[in-house]
Design a protein around this ligand. Structure first.
Ligand code: AMP
Ligand code: ZN
Length: 451
């Protein structure tokens, strides 16, 4: 059972050969907690959640360490807290709570560790000190900066060349930079900054740059060399390029992450969904509209993970229809059988497993679910974080009012018995108007589900 992944660094699909199969290590860039996650952010989380589940399946649950950070110190956070006129800690803890709630609604598992940047400032400072001592960084006007021309492989991940960076520097280069591509490791605090975003350092009071946060936290929990580093395609340059430069230069001879995985953008009308463009839909917006988390999850998984996914209403409708069909099969199969559920070995559905092992080919894996037996379906869903709720709760939801609905159904049955078809029809329509669909059974009973 070998997992192959497309490695952005080598530009090839490669079999994963973990440094230690008893501890397969993955780091994924987590959220900057200043606003509610949108579905583009969710795509990244859901994709790596499936990869995590697959790694756990292949190597064993206790043999995988998945680290996803929380960026809780950042210029965007300072700006948002100022705009809301609230302390930074109030903003970051609220948004982190939202992030957790929304990702749980999408059936995402918790990572093994979720380090906060603000709790790892000492490790960041130690790393910057090493970079300065090694001649890879310098201090200028209260900033510590990484000198990109001190690292000869700079640009290896993204394929960008240093001279292109010079030519591409559109804005005037800050006076404290020796090279336009140099990036900030530490920046000085501004007067009036919230004290909780200001930290002491050998270079004065300030805060770390974003890139050094991930280098320090991955190093702390996964070591100098680890197996997989993931994130969205937008992070390849400069964020991941800079992580590589910092981490390798701080620990000469280290490789840092061996396999680099990048999920594609979620787009709207071909344009990347982002906060700055204002074309975003939050996970919460959809949940509040009554879209089930599982529907959003499947919609995010139906496109190859590293290709662009253009978001549409149709995508959600397709996902909903698929799940309705699968849950119907599970329902017809019977709840007692379902209770025996997870003892069905996924190894007995090799074509399904093999498509996932082949660079996470989810569209293929999902297409195989259409011809699966209920038992297979349940096991497949278990690996993908789908189809694990009782069919009853899928169809009826936990919207409450079930007693009232049953009373209406009983009234309709009575009306039908009395041949009062108009009344029976009225009740059916009234229920449909409230999103309750009735299904008459051949044995005379009536079942219902939420639309
Ligand atoms: P941020 O909070 O903006 O730093 O993003 C958190 C994660 O979401 C990163 O891994 C980003 O690459 C990812 N991400 C942001 N926008 C999108 C998008 N439109 N499509 C896919 N991934 C995204
Ligand atoms: Zn990162």
């Amino acid at each position: 059972m070998t997992l192959s992944l497309y490695n952005t660094l080598s530009r090839k699909k490669e079999p994963l050969t973990p440094l230690d199969p008893k501890n397969v290590r993955m780091y994924v860039c987590g959220p900057t907690v200043y606003d509610r996650p949108h579905i583009g952010n969710a795509r990244s989380v859901v994709v790596y959640d499936v990869l995590y589940r697959l790694l756990a399946h292949v190597y064993g649950k206790d043999c995988v360490t998945y680290v996803r950070n929380i960026t809780d110190v950042d210029d965007k956070i300072n700006a948002a807290a100022k705009q809301n006129n609230e302390p930074i800690s109030a903003l970051t803890s609220r948004v982190e709570g939202w992030f957790h709630d929304d990702m749980k609604a999408l059936n995402c598992l918790d990572p093994n560790r979720e380090p906060h940047a603000t709790a790892h400032i000492a490790q960041m400072i130690a790393m910057i000190e090493k970079l300065i001592a090694h001649g890879n960084a310098y201090v200028s006007q209260g900033h510590a900066l990484f000198a990109v021309d001190s690292y000869k492989n700079y640009g290896e991940l993204s394929g960008r060349k240093l001279d292109e960076l010079v030519a591409g520097a559109r804005v005037e280069v800050e006076a404290y930079k020796k090279h336009p591509g140099d990036f900030v490791l530490w920046k000085p605090a501004d007067a009036g900054d919230d004290p909780s975003s200001v930290f002491d350092s050998p270079w004065g009071k300030g805060r770390p740059g974003w890139h050094i946060e991930c280098s320090a936290m991955s190093g702390e929990y996964l070591g100098e060399n680890f197996d997989i580093h993931g994130g969205g395609a937008d992070l390849m340059f400069p964020h991941h390029e800079n992580e590589i430069a910092q981490s390798r230069c701080a620990s000469p001879g280290s490789q840092f992450a061996r396999t680099w995985v990048h999920n594609g953008f979620l787009t709207v009308n071909g344009e990347k969904m982002s906060k700055s463009l204002g074309n975003f839909i939050t996970v919460k917006d959809l949940l509040d509209k009554g879209v089930k988390g599982e529907v959003i999850r499947l919609a995010l998984l139906m496109t190859k993970y590293n290709e662009p996914l253009d978001w549409s209403e149709k995508l959600l409708n397709d996902a909903k229809k698929m799940l309705d069909g699968w849950y119907r099969e599970l329902k017809n199969w019977g709840i007692e059988e379902l209770k025996k559920k997870n003892d069905f070995p996924i190894s007995s559905i090799p074509h399904f497993l093999n498509s996932l092992l082949d660079d996470l080919n989810l569209p293929k894996a999902i297409s195989l679910m259409h011809s699966a037996s209920p038992q297979e379906l349940h096991a497949m869903g278990n690996l993908l974080g789908l189809l694990q709720q009782p069919p009853e709760s899928w169809f009826k939801g936990d919207g409450g009012g079930d007693g009232d609905i049953q009373a209406q159904i009983d009234a309709r049955i009575a009306a039908k018995k009395a041949k009062n078809w108009a009344e029976a029809d009225r009740i059916r329509k009234a229920l449909a108007g409230a999103g309750i669909l009735l299904e008459d059974r051949p044995d005379g009973t009536t079942d219902w589900r939420r639309a």
